[in-house]
Design a binder for this molecule. Structure first.
Ligand code: PLP
Length: 408
């Protein structure tokens, strides 16, 4: 018991919500009651048995043995920046090493860039649903998300007219997550061009989260900037997903070549100085990944496509549930027809408590609680997933039959 009052935290902590991990507290309580929890909340391929390619591990080990254990330059080591610039240039986004910054994952690039671009009262166009880091960082810096619709009846594509209607003098950036988490959508060329056009004509930087770019089942997606190399586009990615090394926190951002982005680049570099550098030995894995053997990727994509097909067929067979087929990554965003007054979180928490299956409610990604979406991570082996979907089917039938009330 506390003897004196607890020490208060800053108000901004209350606005910093990252549901994907926050919901784990509920799972721990379920585990404490003796029930095994199946974690389908975090998109980490390693926890489901996928392996980091050995040549990346060797590159990091070699870097450590060779004594690269001091601080790196704050923008990152030159071979890593050259590798990123080379990779993006090969894929159609002309990039130079002096416009690349090596970051602690995609996440740090996003945080540095939003911090450089927006402040109190500013707005950033963010998709709904969104990967929640965007809203969390905006809450931290006192800026506001302006949510634009992505439409499940059109394969979760962004509603470009809606985005246009949200642009105001306070708009500082347009976030585009393609391929998308949480929906698994990839955007066709005409949608990508329309998004670029908005950014270009309104002179708003397009922040392209391309961390799943190599994980479209049909093959790698080119960076969006390849369609318009002179538009104000910043591309973000990392070794976390396609290169199976999420714990290394090895990522990068590449600032488009237009001089309209020069001040933003300088601002991000200034902020990056303050955090010294990303993890130095892991930076050596970036050239190994981008210039080396990528034979693991085709197998990983095939494994994901198989799991996606299983997920769609099994979830769409459940009465009251429908999911749009993902075309990339390892997420699906099913819809469940909830009774009036029942929220997505009620559904997800009841699912957790009654079956031990942990998913994340759609409102954790900024859909409306009454809309009834939740996100599934489908990285588990197919036979395990099949059992999980049996349990979700049995639970959902029961939950809907009792009108969404707690189990008796
Ligand atoms: C869309 C999106 N962006 C960024 C990240 C963070 O990735 P990183 O590990 O590179 O920071 C994730 C992780 O799940 C993600 O889904």
């Amino acid at each position: 018991m506390r003897t004196t009052a607890g020490i208060p935290v800053a108000r901004r902590v209350g606005g910093f919500v990252y549901a994907i991990r926050n919901i784990v507290n509920e799972a721990r309580k379920v585990e404490a009651s003796g029930r095994k929890v199946r974690y389908l909340n975090i998109g980490d391929p390693i926890t489901f048995g996928f392996k980091t390619p050995p040549h990346l591990i060797e590159a990091v080990q070699r870097a450590m043995r060779d004594g690269h254990n001091g601080y790196a330059p704050s923008v990152g080591i030159l071979p890593a920046r050259e590798a990123v610039a080379g990779e993006l240039s090969r894929r159609g986004m002309p990039a130079s090493p002096d416009r690349v910054i090596i970051t602690s994952g995609t996440s740090e690039g996003i945080e540095l860039t939003l911090t450089a671009l927006a402040e109190g009262g500013d707005e950033v166009l963010v998709p709904a649903p969104t990967y929640p880091l965007y809203t969390a960082v905006l809450a931290k810096i006192g800026a506001r998300p302006a949510f634009y619709r992505t439409d499940p009846s059109r394969g979760w594509l962004p509603d470009v007219d809606h985005i246009r209607s949200l642009i105001t003098p306070a708009t500082r950036a347009l976030v585009v997550i393609d391929p998308n988490n949480p929906t698994g959508a990839t955007y066709p060329g005409d949608v990508r061009r329309a998004l670029i056009d908005l950014a270009d004509t309104h002179n708003i930087p397009l922040l392209a989260d391309e961390v799943y770019g190599d994980l479209a089942y049909a093959g790698p997606v080119p960076p969006i900037a390849s369609l318009a190399p002179d538009a104000p586009i910043i591309s973000f990615s990392s070794l976390s997903k396609a290169y199976l090394a999420p714990g290394w926190r090895a990522g990068w951002m590449a600032v488009g070549r237009t001089d309209r982005l020069d001040d933003v680049l300088a601002g991000v570099k200034k902020l990056a100085d303050g955090r010294l550098c990303s993890t130095a030995p892991m930076e050596y894995a970036i050239p190994a990944a981008l210039n080396g053997d990528r034979s693991h990727e085709a197998g990983f994509r095939a494994a994901l496509a198989e799991r996606a097909a299983l997920t769609v067929s099994r979830l769409n067979a459940i009465p009251g549930m429908h999911t749009v087929a993902p075309s990339a990554a390892f997420y699906a965003m099913p819809h469940v027809s909830l009774p009036a007054g029942v929220t997505d979180e009620d559904y997800v928490l009841a699912l957790l408590r009654e079956t031990g299956i942990l998913c994340v409610h759609g409102s954790g990604f900024a859909t409306r609680p009454e809309d009834g979406f939740f996100r599934v991570v489908f990285l588990a082996p197919p036979e395990e997933l099949a059992g999980i979907y049996d349990d979700i089917a049995a639970f959902t039938g029961d939950f809907l039959a009792r009108g969404g009330s707690a189990a008796s």
